[in-house]
Ligand binder design. Structure first.
Ligand code: SF4
Length: 340
């Protein structure tokens, strides 16, 4: 995702279910003697106490991943190779074939009902709404649907593609659960990145209900579109491009990077492909190019835009810069998989 995390805005670990009992039980049942723990940034403060408790209750030796973690695309494979079981917190499973990695979804215990009365008023009786949320609240969607239906609001929950574990779930790189026919969307969760992405992708209104902050508001994509338009404008005269690829297992889009390179070639733009693990402004500082085209986590270009030494375009925006695509066709970059 970005240099923060899906869960970074959710700082109070008391309101999330880390399921320590389930973890202890699994470690004892499997006889694991070495256990890895990996947390996104917002949950890392829980790491020390959990490691101590696990060691005391199971006698397993625990190792914590100290690497930054931004999503389920970002499993610490080196640590997974060192331990019997790796528990990865805060995200749902994204990629198969990680046999000793257990994804602990860490659902929020917060009650969503206090925001729903206002939500019903905003959406209006007789409308059809697409329900969206993150993994932390996905277990509450049935409750949301039941409440809204008592207010004569029909709810649709999209399945999403193979990158999506639960119906209605969105990732910062995947809004496929929004591929439904509805009047508006309701997003349950914190932050504006996901609802902005859905608003730009669909052209429909997105109401954000944040059960942590008890707020309800319509998202306004105008500001982010103005910023992106400014970045595209800055790149119109750019001649040299760094095409950025991540080595992270769920972010690697080398094929897309090669397509971007092919386009650069067609328009006689000098370009290189730059491959690295974690893409930060510091890591990119020494590459002297007019602009970057990011094929890694789509959030990097959006969330951290102002911190890089050169403008960071999404592949879609690069096409706009070259004139291959019209500005009206702008959408947020997504990493989509096949249909379920
Ligand atoms: S690539 Fe997707 S899953 Fe990974 S950090 Fe970015 S938004 Fe999250």
């Amino acid at each position: 995702m970005n240099t923060t995390s899906h869960s970074n805005t959710l700082l109070n670990s008391e309101i999330f279910n880390f399921d320590i009992e389930g973890i202890v039980d699994l470690v004892l049942r499997t006889g694991a003697t070495t256990v890895g723990l990996q947390f996104p940034e917002g949950f890392k403060r829980r790491a020390f106490s959990m490691a101590i408790e696990l060691e005391e209750r199971t006698s397993a030796s625990v190792v914590i991943s100290g690497n930054p973690c931004f999503g389920a695309c970002d499993v610490d494979m080196a640590l997974a190779g060192e331990v019997d079981i790796l528990f990865h917190f805060g995200h749902s499973e994204l990629l198969e074939g990680m046999d000793n990695v257990i994804f602990m979804e860490t659902p929020a215990k917060v009650d969503v009902t206090p925001v729903l009365e206002e939500v019903a008023v905003e959406l209006g009786s007789g409308t059809i709404v697409g329900l969206l949320t993150t993994v932390q609240h996905v277990h509450k969607l049935d409750e949301v649907r039941a409440f809204l239906e008592t207010r004569n609001i029909s709810c649709i929950v999209g399945e999403g593609d193979c990158r999506i574990r639960h119906p209605g779930q969105v990732l910062g790189c995947n809004f496929s659960a929004a591929d439904v026919v509805c009047d508006n969307y309701l997003y349950i969760g914190s932050g504006t990145f996901h609802p902005l992405g859905v608003a730009v992708a669909t052209g429909r209104r997105v109401l954000v209900a944040d059960p942590m902050m008890n707020t309800v508001e319509w998202v306004d994509p105008e500001r982010i579109l103005r910023i992106r338009s400014g970045i595209v404008a800055k790149c119109l005269d750019a001649q040299t491009f760094g095409i950025v690829v991540s080595t992270k297992v769920g972010q690697n889009r080398m094929e897309l990077a090669r397509r971007v390179a092919g386009l650069a070639e067609k328009y006689r733009k000098k370009h290189v492909i730059i491959m690295l693990d974690t893409i930060t402004p510091e890591a990119m500082l020494q590459f002297k190019v007019d602009a970057f085209v990011n094929t890694a986590c789509p959030r990097i270009a959006i969330d951290d835009a102002s911190r890089f030494n050169a403008p960071v375009l999404t592949p879609v925006e690069f096409e706009i810069v070259l004139g291959e695509r019209d500005w009206n066709e702008l959408v947020f970059d997504e990493i989509r998989e096949g249909a379920k």
